[in-house]
Design a protein around this ligand. Structure first.
Ligand code: GLN
Length: 500
């Protein structure tokens, strides 16, 4: 048979190509990200054995970290659009990988301009690669194929294998050779990812191609925006949002101003797409998808304390000595990925077993449950902060437990959401909706940054307690309105069957 039809362990071989590409890409992303806040806050005098840092305050560092981790994912929207309209997902992933190699390469240099240029390139590269490689995974399966959910679970393990390898090795490399060697390592593995993707092309001939005018599938964003002029309700909402954006620009600076403008543009596009959809089933599904993205923002807003506030907490307030060895801070970032690899198949298997019994939970339920479980993890951070206030240092067991619950929550929401999108999104807007999803996670990252920053004002104890209470309440609220929400999916998840 043709290469792309061949299977390995019951999944198309293309899945493993995408798995490996994403694994190396995530290695570079998480490896670099784990260093970011620490590098920025290290003194520029060169006294630190890891080399000179940028000497920023933790508040400044967390602020840039928040913008960076937001933009990385928000760029998924243009990344998805470019794929849908201009080059297709497959080429978008290729170009994204090349840009990422350049970005990480530039970060090896020690100049400040190189720092900003490198970050900018990484933002563009991830925007092109991340949403589109995820949509390509969905493209490996026909509608209703029951292998899809499992495929996404496997893909998610690849993501975290990359993250695990990165956080285990980058810390050691930095301890021995300094910051820029760490950034360099990220660059080298990205080259591996690129090579792997190019070599694997023969297994991907059928996915990620630009589909031209297939059954009137063509999308024109220009036309959709053009129709805005004659749609009163949508036009008014857009104008109101625009006024708010300008006000926000004036009050909060150009960064937020641009962000609000961008969100306004996306909101009006989404409204016009909704109006343009030609069946009520698709309209309802579109709405429920967008509502589920609210959960996504809140989830990541809490979860992403990991790389920022919890990272700094680990660095400065946690007793990291184990059998006389001080564990490098960066290594704590491995816990999440390690737990994912251990528990991904267990959690997926648990839901599959319930499905066999006819008691399969809906994606929406799993997502709400994920928020509650993750939120509960903050209880252990509250204990940590309590211990610190009493004795001036806190045990690392709290971090381990917090990350464990964060991970179990993540497994209920994140791979589930990826698969859910590829089931519910209107086909011709598949990449765009994937982009909007990642943008929602990006907004979550920004929220995380804002919340984390405020710890310097309110103290960790208050922040961790606040997150705990808020997230659990939100999760419970979503479960309370599950029935009407589920109705809006119009059984998108009920007709899954085995397709050979
Ligand atoms: N950890 C996951 C990844 O890197 C999820 C990130 C996200 O959705 N923002 O893919």
């Amino acid at each position: 048979t043709e290469a792309y039809k061949r299977e390995l362990f019951g999944q198309p071989i293309g899945l493993y190509i995408l798995f490996l590409t994403e694994m190396w890409e995530r290695f570079s992303y998480y490896g670099m990200r784990a260093l970011l806040v620490l590098y920025m806050t290290t003194s520029s005098s060169g006294e630190d054995p890891r080399g000179a840092g940028l000497d920023w305050t933790s508040k400044e560092a967390l602020a840039l970290y928040g913008w960076y981790t937001m933009l990385v994912y928000v760029m998924s929207i243009p990344g998805g659009m470019i794929a849908d309209k201009v080059i297709g997902q497959k080429k978008a992933v290729l170009y994204g990988a090349v840009v990422l190699c350049l970005g990480h390469g530039v970060l090896v240099l020690t100049d400040v301009w190189a720092f900003y240029t490198g970050l900018a390139l990484v933002i563009l590269g991830v925007g092109l690669l991340k949403p589109n490689i995820s949509t390509m995974v969905g493209g490996l399966y026909k509608q209703g194929d029951i292998r899809r959910d499992k495929g996404f679970s496997i893909f998610y393990i690849g993501i975290n294998l990359g993250s695990l390898l990165a956080t285990l090795t980058v810390g050691l490399v930095v301890a021995k050779w300094g910051w820029h060697a760490g950034f360099g390592l990220a660059g080298i593995v990205m080259v591996l990812g690129l090579i792997n993707y190019i070599i694997g092309q023969k297994y991907l001939t059928h996915v990620g191609n630009l589909s031209k005018k297939e059954n009137n599938q063509e999308v024109s964003y220009g036309k959709l925006y053009g129709k805005l002029a004659s749609s009163r309700k949508q036009l008014i909402i857009t104008l109101v949002l625009l006024v708010f954006s300008i006000f926000g620009w004036y009050k909060m600076g150009w960064g937020y101003g641009m962000l609000f403008m961008f969100l306004t543009a996306i909101t009006s596009l989404l409204m016009m797409i909704y109006k343009d959809l030609n069946s009520n089933i698709y309209k309802d599904r579109f709405v429920v998808l967008l509502l589920s993205f609210i959960m996504v923002i809140i989830f990541w807003g809490a979860f992403e304390q990991a790389g920022g506030l919890m990272n700094l907490y680990t660095d400065t307030k946690t007793d990291r000595v184990l059998f006389g060895w001080t564990i490098p801070t960066v290594m704590f970032q491995s816990l999440n990925a390690g737990f994912i690899i251990i528990f991904a198949t267990i959690v997926a298997g648990f839901w599959a077993k319930r499905k066999l019994k006819g008691k399969e939970a809906s994606s929406l339920f799993k997502m709400a449950l994920g928020i509650i479980i993750m939120g509960f993890g903050f209880l252990f951070m509250v204990f940590a902060a309590m211990e610190y206030e009493k004795s001036g240092s806190s045990s690392m067991i709290w971090l381990v437990l917090a990350y464990l619950f964060h991970t179990l929550g993540e497994l209920c929401i994140s791979p589930v959401a990826l698969s859910f999108i590829t089931k519910l999104a209107p086909v011709k807007y598949a990449s765009l909706m994937m982009g909007v999803y990642f943008a929602a996670t990006g907004l979550g990252n920004k929220v995380a940054g804002i919340v984390g920053e405020s710890a310097s004002k309110y103290g960790e104890y208050t922040i961790f307690t606040g997150i705990l209470i808020f997230t659990v309440i939100i999760g419970v609220l979503f479960i309370a309105i599950l029935k009407p929400l589920k109705r809006l999916t119009h059984k998108a998840e009920d007709n899954e069957r085995k397709i050979g």
